[in-house]
Every structure is written in structure tokens, then in C-alpha cells.
Write a protein that binds this ligand. Structure first.
Ligand code: F3S
Length: 399
């Protein structure tokens, strides 16, 4: 491949894989069983990114392992109803077509593990979306570094990645032990905790101990939000939790010389993530992309009430279709909300859709939105966010 025998597109991909291996001192390459590619929204790629992809595709390169895509900048079928411009839609469609011609499946989701792409414990993969990397490493025990868009695409085309970082046992041990000594009662509290710990440990590997303080039984969807927060405020790609994650109970999981931290107050994270807006005109649920259980929770909480603010539940297309079959999409739409596939409110041009303030139950969304989209943000639990969707105001009793 490196010598060009498999064509120029494959040669370019192998050059990227080998260059990264040399930079990080990898001994060899390792085959990967799946790839997840980021860099999909035309809002971020622009014309230069689109031309780069089209040129690579024209060189005849093809993914040789199952490979999926991160969210795009719009719902690929419902963009016009949602207010996206035809010009943006045409360019976004061209990006997707370039990826499809490279052999990438256009799942357009940050939760491939919710739609059938579930790596097994110990498998090596090359995933790019930071929240998905966190989930694959931590909750599933798969092995991936946090790939960039081009390096993930190169891994898909070569079927290999360089063996360094989290592909090696030694780098999977915890570099920090975090004792949580304050109550954690909602997914927003977990997101705030993740946000705070990400800032402390940066790109380290935290090991969490909750003692008796996590007396609430979170649904499984909550852990994707927790990992996403750590990946957003720091660059945490792997975390362990006593009694939860598969590598936590394996011997020697904590590296010698690991730092120790105590978290006894989530106030600093809530303060950092919350703006002062009282009126809310957009509510975002589904960062990372919502599971079916999460969409069910929204319907249960709304209980048929009508919404004053816009509500976008972002999810994978396959999850949206399952929610549609279960009658959930109809109930959300009849309340005035939307279940939006293929995109997310960070990579979509939401300011151009006329929104100015957002409420979200995702610490990742709350931390990215002011800088990416210019909206003022309120961060709290799903219940607080949905209450804001019903009344158009951030609930007074919230943090
Ligand atoms: Fe997914 Fe977008 Fe959040 S890519 S993790 S919904 S910021």
C-alpha cells in the first residue's frame, strides 16, 4: 500500500497512518475492525474540505472495514422543513456523496454503538468522535485513540492504525483517582461532574469511586453524556468506574503515581456552563445522539403538553425510525417538537435558523454552543429543559 501498488488513494491513506505511527513511536500497525469518521458537516469543512474528499474519492480509495460517519450539518431528508438553505443542503449532500464513494456508510451519528456498530471487548478500532471514543474505550472495553477526520479515513481505507496510545495496555491504566463525595442525582449532575473532572485531568485516565453517593440508578444512556462531558472539557478518551466499566476490576488498573482528587461540589461546573438567559427559545436533547429510551423519557415527561419553545431531539436516523414505529415521533411532533436525524446542534448552523438561547441537558452541548453557534445557554436536567420547552422560560427552581 505504501509503495503505491494499491493505487494513489490507498497510498495517501497509508502515508498518513505511517506518519502518525512515526510521530508517536509506534512499533507496528494493528488491524482495526471498524472506523468512525468525523469531519462531516459542511459548516466545518467548507469548500476546501469538500474538494479534499472529492479528490481522494476520485483516486479510487475505498474503505476496507465497516466505517460510519459522524453527524452532518443538517437532517439529510427533512432539511427544508427545518429551515436549512438549499445552497447549504446542496453542499452538504456533496460531502455525503464523497464519503459514500469512499465506501463509508452514511449513518451520520455520534452514537454508532446504538445503531448496530458495537465493538467487542479488546477489539481495536479507529473512531474519531470524542464522545464515541470515550464510550467505546470505557463502557465497551474496545481500544481506540481519538482519531482526527483524515486519520480515521486513512484507517478505514487501509484497515489499520498505528499501535500507540490507548491500543497499548500500559496507557489504559488510570492516571487519577477521583473520589466523588457530593450527591449525583441526575444526568446533568453526571455531566457537570464529567465537565469538572475533564478540566482537572485534561488527557489523563480517571478512575471514579462513588462510595455510597450514587444511590440513583442511571439509565444506560446517561453514561454517553458523562463521557462526552469529559471529552469536551478535557481530552479524556478513557475512564474507569468502580463497579461499572469492564476494565475497572482488572488488576493494576491504577498506575503507580496516580493523582488523587476529591469532588465534593458540582457548583463550579454549573456556574461555568450556565448563562443568565431567562427566556429559552430552543431546547436540545440528544447530545450525544438520543437513544430510544431517552426519546421515551421525553414523551413520558411531556405527557401531551404543548411546547412554547422549539424542541429538537437529535438522534441517528435508525433510532428515529424506531421511534416513529413506536409512535413516539408523532407524539413529540403533536406537542410541537422535532425528532431530528443525521445532525446535531453544534455542527448545524443554528444561529442562522433564528435561535438565540438554548437549554440543554448535555454538558458537552452547553460548553460548545456559545463559541460554535453564539447562542446563550442554560444547562440542567432533562426535566428542567423540558419544563423550559413547555413554558419558554428557564425554571426558577433550577440551579
Ligand atoms: Fe454528538 Fe453533536 Fe453532541 S456530534 S456528541 S450531538 S455535539
Amino acid at each position: 500500500m505504501l509503495a503505491g501498488g494499491a493505487g494513489p488513494g490507498v497510498q495517501k491513506a497509508m502515508e498518513i497512518v505511517v506518519a502518525l505511527g512515526q510521530i508517536y513511536g509506534a512499533r507496528d500497525l494493528v488491524p482495526v475492525t471498524s472506523v468512525q469518521v468525523s469531519g462531516v458537516s459542511y459548516k466545518n469543512l467548507g469548500d476546501a474540505g469538500l474538494a479534499f474528499l472529492e479528490e481522494w474519492a476520485a483516486q479510487g480509495a475505498q474503505a476496507r472495514v465497516p466505517a460510519t460517519l459522524n453527524p452532518a450539518g443538517m437532517d439529510l431528508s427533512d432539511w427544508s422543513h427545518l429551515g436549512f438553505s438549499p445552497d447549504f443542503a446542496q453542499r452538504q449532500t456533496a460531502v455525503i456523496e464523497a464519503y459514500v464513494s469512499l465506501g463509508i456508510t452514511p449513518t451520520c451519528t455520534c452514537t454508532p454503538y446504538l445503531v448496530g456498530y458495537v465493538p467487542q471487548f479488546g477489539q481495536h478500532v479507529a473512531w474519531a468522535e470524542s464522545s464515541a471514543v470515550s464510550f467505546a474505550n470505557s463502557m465497551l472495553g474496545a481500544r481506540t485513540n481519538r482519531e482526527g477526520g483524515p486519520s480515521a479515513l486513512a484507517a478505514a481505507i487501509t484497515g489499520r492504525t498505528a499501535r500507540y496510545g490507548l491500543h497499548l495496555d500500559a496507557n489504559r491504566r488510570a492516571t487519577a483517582v477521583v473520589d466523588v463525595q457530593c450527591p449525583v442525582r441526575t444526568e446533568a449532575d453526571l455531566g457537570a461532574l464529567g465537565y469538572q473532572v475533564g478540566r482537572l485531568v485534561r488527557n489523563g485516565v480517571p478512575y471514579f469511586r462513588f462510595g455510597a453517593r450514587l444511590d440513583w440508578q442511571p439509565g444506560s444512556w446517561v453514561w454517553k453524556t458523562f463521557g462526552a462531558a469529559m471529552a469536551a472539557s478535557g481530552a479524556v478518551a478513557l475512564w474507569h468506574m468502580e463497579g461499572l466499566t469492564p476494565e475497572a476490576e482488572m488488576g493494576d488498573v491504577v498506575a503507580s503515581g496516580a493523582h488523587s482528587f476529591v469532588v465534593d461540589d458540582l457548583g463550579p461546573a454549573y456556574d461555568a456552563l450556565n448563562g443568565s438567559a431567562q427566556e429559552v427559545d430552543l431546547v436540545s436533547i440528544g447530545c450525544p445522539h438520543a437513544s430510544l429510551a431517552e426519546i421515551e423519557d421525553v414523551v413520558t415527561f411531556l405527557g401531551g403538553r404543548q411546547l412554547k419553545a422549539a424542541l429538537w431531539i437529535t438522534t441517528a436516523r435508525a433510532t428515529r425510525e424506531a421511534a416513529q414505529r413506536a409512535g413516539l415521533v408523532e407524539r413529540i411532533e403533536s406537542a410541537g417538537g422535532r425528532v431530528v436525524a443525521d445532525t446535531c446542534l453544534v455542527v448545524a448552523p443554528v444561529a442562522s435558523l433564528g435561535h438565540r438561547t438554548m437549554a440543554t441537558n448535555s454538558a458537552k452541548m452547553a460548553s460548545y454552543t456559545p463559541s460554535h453557534s453564539g447562542l446563550s445557554v442554560r444547562f440542567g436536567s432533562m426535566e428542567q429543559c423540558l419544563e423550559a420547552a413547555v413554558t419558554g422560560r428557564w425554571p426558577a427552581a433550577g440551579r
